[in-house]
Design a protein around this ligand. Structure first.
Ligand code: BES
Ligand code: ZN
Ligand code: ZN
Length: 489
């Protein structure tokens, strides 16, 4: 449990108190400020970023241990640093096998973040940092903390009562997505993964529909079926609906769900295969967002459209050179069977437009290695020709610390997707600009619906953990979309 509470850190008995300390300023008041000052008098601690000092049974307190964590210079102490600090504090507690922690929230008026922003970020950091993925370990060595208190003054507790509930919901959703992404492909074959989604969605009282292989054939989802053709584990299309009474607008969120991307007949080389269990991160983000929205209850209709396939090579697999017919009727020449994400997305997007007529459609996908080359492993690519929509998505990213960078969608590059024999090719004729040509391919199937595409091939998972996220799935997109939906409501 995580809560905001007013604690007298001098008089109350506390097992563990965590204090963020700036190197060049005092960001606390009262007894916490004097504890931080005491720590900074020691030679080994100055408050520089990532410094750690633990003191036990300091005289004048009833606290068993105090974890001081350096957060660097005050002017650079933004929401993300506070998020990381809280995550680190919790992770230190977990490593030490502790069960309770009180975290001191800074109070200085001159911080670059306001009070609500600081509290929100620290709640997120603490909650997300308390997540341990150990389902596949026989011995569960690391146990999440049982009780975390963010210590603030009594007025702040009252002012932020609702905030805590909302932040906890978004973090719980993020953790659901993380666990799905970290799950190995042998335990999330399309049918299994779709059942796991539906099971949580039903508990959340969302309307759910699953199209199985037969229904996909009947509905002429040629592109989804072509990608799934090589696998014994047949594709699914999962539809989740948050439809509150009186909702005026509809938003469709579409997530790429490739439970394993071998590349198909264009088999990936080793080194590129190992991470491909994470190729369903877009699907995880969309499903977890919908599940979270059932708690946040925004007054807007949101549809989750989630195509789920396994991309495998075999005697029944789709071949390079094959021509397939997509759900909207356009023919596609398969230039490369490893460019499968865009194929399942366009069938899902055409269906979503026809069935739900959304005002806005946003897809999220681990779509291209090229996007990782361009932006690295921590920043997602945002593609849209709608400036207003771009601004809102960028604002959400700023709010949640999920970083995005807007990329161009130049019309003339569409040239690169021409096919001699079919309406379009799924593979660019150029080696370069692969993230852009993938996005342009998608753009050919969105008609005049307002649309944005988020390429999360980089930030969907991480190899090395940081402040509030261990190695594995990051849950990128869940907090972003929840924030975005509230902005669009
Ligand atoms: N799933 C991959 C993209 C990816 C790469 C995700 C690295 C995460 C990390 C996607 O299906 C793919 O294979 N894309 C190809 C496209 C190419 C064949 C046009 C790529 O990026 O190389
Ligand atoms: Zn691929
Ligand atoms: Zn893929």
């Amino acid at each position: 449990m995580i809560e905001l509470r007013s604690i007298d850190t001098q008089k109350s008995p506390i097992a563990t108190l965590a204090i963020p300390v700036c190197e060049d300023a005092d960001i606390h008041k009262g007894s916490v400020a004097s504890l931080a000052a005491k720590a900074k008098k020691l030679k080994e601690f100055s408050g520089k970023k990532d410094e750690e000092l633990i003191l036990y049974n300091l005289p004048g307190t009833k606290t068993e241990r105090i974890i001081f964590l350096g957060v660097g210079k005050r002017e650079k102490l933004d929401a993300e640093k506070l998020r990381s600090f809280a995550g680190k504090a919790v992770k230190t507690g977990i490593k030490k096998n502790l069960s309770d922690m009180v975290i001191a929230v800074p109070v200085n008026e001159n911080l670059p973040v306001d009070s609500a922003g600081a509290i929100k970020a620290m709640l997120e950091g603490a909650c997300l940092g308390n997540h341990v993925f150990d389902k596949y370990k026989k011995e569960k060595k690391l146990k999440p903390l049982k009780h975390i208190i963010l210590s603030v003054d009594p007025d702040t507790v009252k002012a932020n009562a609702k905030l805590t509930h909302r932040v906890m919901a978004m973090c719980a959703g993020t953790i659901i997505a993380r666990d799905w992404v970290s799950t190995p492909s042998n335990d999330k074959k399309p049918d299994q993964f779709s059942r796991a989604i539906v099971s949580l969605a039903k508990k959340a009282k969302l309307k759910t529909t699953v199209l199985d292989e037969k229904a996909l054939k009947q509905g002429k989802f040629g592109a989804i079926l072509a990608v799934g053709a090589g696998s014994q584990n047949k594709p699914r299309l999962v539809l989740l609906e948050h439809a509150p009474k009186g909702a005026q607008k509809t938003i469709a969120l579409v997530g790429k769900g490739v439970t394993f991307d071998s590349g198909g007949i264009n088999l990936k080389p080793s080194g590129s295969l190992e991470d491909m269990k994470t190729d369903m991160s877009g699907a995880a983000a969309v499903a977890a967002t919908l599940i979270t929205l059932s708690k946040l209850k925004p007054k807007i209709r949101v549809i989750g459209v989630i195509p789920i396939v396994e991309n495998m090579p075999s005697g029944t697999a789709t071949r390079p050179g094959d021509i397939i017919k997509s759900h909207d009727g356009k023919t596609i020449e398969i230039g490369n069977t490893d460019a499968e994400g865009r194929l399942i997305l366009i069938d899902a997007m055409s269906y979503a437009q026809k069935k739900y007529r959304p005002e806005i459609m946003i897809d999220i996908a681990t779509l291209t290695g090229a996007c990782v080359v361009a932006l690295g492993e921590k920043i997602a690519g945002l593609f849209t020709s709608d400036d207003e929509l771009a601004d809102i998505v960028m604002q959400s990213g700023k709010e949640t610390g999920e970083r995005l960078w807007r990329m161009p969608l130049p019309d003339d590059y569409k040239e690169l997707l021409k096919s001699d024999t079919a309406d379009i090719s799924n593979m660019s004729s150029s080696r370069w600009g692969g993230a852009i040509t993938a996005a342009l391919f998608l753009s050919e199937f969105v008609g005049d619906t307002r649309w944005a595409h988020v390429d999360i091939a980089g930030p969907a998972s991480i190899k090395k953990g940081h402040g509030y996220c261990d190695a594995g799935g990051t849950g990128f997109g869940v907090r972003l979309f929840c924030d975005l939906i509230e902005r669009l409501t």
